[in-house]
Write a new protein. Structure first.
Length: 331
């Protein structure tokens, strides 16, 4: 059985019984404690004036604080790293998972994500980081609202059921998911594209959801990637993707459409749009959003470690795969 420390009430009983000159065994029986516990308590905390319960409780707390191990976050490099990354939007889990990769030879640069959470909420010096933590996701959009309301009206649409199985299995690079993110009051839009295996994000600002403008944005986002990284795109059923055949011809790429009301079929894109919303919350107008600022957000997310990638970043995965591809080709 683990040892249970004396309570303030018990210390008060010890004081009263000790003043009555009761024996140690008598006090132990009354409290249901071992006689050695009573003996140790009196030996540690008694003074020339006798045993005082309040003073003994204070000394107990001082000893507990003194024997408590130094907090890991008191290591200044770790403290500064934590603050810097959480402010950038990294989750505690991403911070903890990235440390062994970035500091493989520094054992002091290690901490669990649970310890980070506890520190942020319990240490007043870190309370300001709470606002940078991910918030609970809002409720899903109600079915029948927005772009999927009337079902697909896209000419020559090819459904996701015809997409190769290798895409579903994330068995290669070059398979993308696409969507649009809407600014407040329909003021400005983002076209977002996420590579399924690496979680690489590309995004473009557009002023309207006209199909020709969206098609050009998709082409601009992907045309400079190597052909091995542009194989398929899976969109939702918004009519802004009606010019999919133009995209397919220019890039070239095979394009598929998810089933209506099935955002889970583009889960990587949906999750990444949620990360973008941490920088551009709902209620933000995109009418004055510059491509330069959006590129900065994309850069931040592509250099953010992901648990699914072994805490590597999408950019690291992309660079590693390109280098492997060059070696395989004998370049």
């Amino acid at each position: 059985m683990s040892y249970v420390h004396l309570t303030p009430t018990e210390r008060g009983q010890i004081q009263a019984l000790h003043q009555e000159r009761k024996s140690l065994s008598h006090i132990a029986d009354r409290l249901g404690r071992h006689v050695s516990t009573i003996s140790r308590e009196l030996r540690r905390n008694a003074t020339k004036r006798g045993y005082d319960a309040q003073q003994a409780q204070g000394q107990y707390h001082q000893r507990r604080e003194a024997c408590r191990p130094a907090k890991r976050l008191e290591y200044q490099p770790l403290w500064k790293y934590l603050i810097r990354k959480v402010v950038r939007g990294w989750t505690p889990e991403e911070v903890a998972g990235r440390l062994p990769i970035q500091y493989p030879d520094d054992p002091q640069m290690r901490i669990s994500h649970e310890t980070i959470y506890q520190a942020i909420y319990s240490d007043r010096r870190l309370h300001f980081l709470i606002k940078f933590l991910a918030q609970s996701r809002p409720k899903r959009r109600k079915r029948g609202q927005g772009k999927s309301r009337r079902g697909p009206t896209i000419p020559n649409r090819v459904g996701i059921e015809e997409r190769p199985q290798v895409v579903e299995e994330r068995g290669r690079y070059g398979d993308w998911e696409g969507d649009t993110v809407v600014g407040a009051h329909q003021q400005g839009f983002l076209v977002t594209l996420v590579e399924r295996r690496s979680r690489m994000l590309q995004s473009q600002v557009v002023q309207t959801k006209q199909a020709d403008e969206v098609a050009q944005a998709v082409i601009d986002a992907l045309e400079e990637f190597p052909t091995s990284w542009v194989r398929t795109i899976t969109f939702d059923n918004g009519t802004e993707f009606a010019r999919h055949e133009d995209m397919a011809q220019v890039l070239p790429v095979d394009i598929y459409f998810a089933a209506p009301y099935s955002s889970y079929q583009r889960g990587t894109n949906e999750n990444t749009n949620g990360l973008i919303r941490r920088y551009l919350p709902k209620g933000t107008s995109f009418s004055n959003l510059s491509q330069k600022k959006l590129n900065w957000i994309v850069h931040e997310l592509n250099n953010r470690p992901r648990k699914i990638l072994g805490y590597r970043t999408p950019n690291e995965v992309f660079k590693e795969q390109r280098e492997n591809h060059r070696v395989a080709l004998g370049a």
